[in-house]
Design a protein around this ligand. Structure first.
Ligand SMILES: [Zn+2]
Ligand SMILES: [Zn+2]
Length: 159
């Protein structure tokens, strides 16, 4: 499975990983910094993919350590965890902006879409059943551009 990112990457928070950790009350450790940088550069990565990038950056770090970092950073609000149906959990550093996701049914590519309305929750169900709502998480399912091309190609000409 490959992971494709179509969205705009915010340019400024890579080098601020230590500051982000401190602001969230987390100790600054090299695995935590490596995980945040990896996720910033490769949004919507799975834990295993993040572990691979973290190992590239640090030389060695256990997969369990990466899972622990992801859990701590998710809890602290530095990392957002999304779980499209049928996919392992994906992680990203783009948090708290109420953006949504497009997911390709075929290859699993994930793309960000900005919230159309802005303030969460951007959708209100009817009825609300007395709930006080603060978030609506939307996943749009379909086929990414390259999978559309494959699907449009007649079977006999596929390689
Ligand atoms: Zn696709
Ligand atoms: Zn996203």
């Amino acid at each position: 499975m490959k992971f494709v990112y179509f969205g705009a990457v915010k340019a400024n928070d890579v080098l601020e990983a230590p500051a982000l950790l401190r602001a969230a009350g987390l100790r600054v450790t090299s695995p935590r910094v490596a995980v945040l940088v990896a996720l910033h550069e490769h949004p919507h990565s799975t834990a295993d993919t993040v572990a691979r990038y973290a190992r590239d950056a640090l030389g060695s770090v256990s997969t369990q350590a990466v899972y622990d970092v992801l859990a701590a950073c998710t809890q602290a609000g530095l990392v957002r965890r999304i779980e499209p149906a049928g996919s392992p959990a994906r992680f990203e550093t783009r948090t708290a902006d109420n953006h949504h996701h497009l997911v390709c049914r075929s290859c699993g590519a994930v793309a960000d879409v900005d919230c159309a309305l802005g303030e969460p929750p951007c959708l209100t169900p009817s009825p609300e059943h007395g709930f006080v709502l603060d978030e609506a998480e939307v996943v749009f399912w379909g086929y990414c551009p390259s999978c559309q091309t494959i699907r449009a190609t007649p079977k006999e000409t596929r390689s």
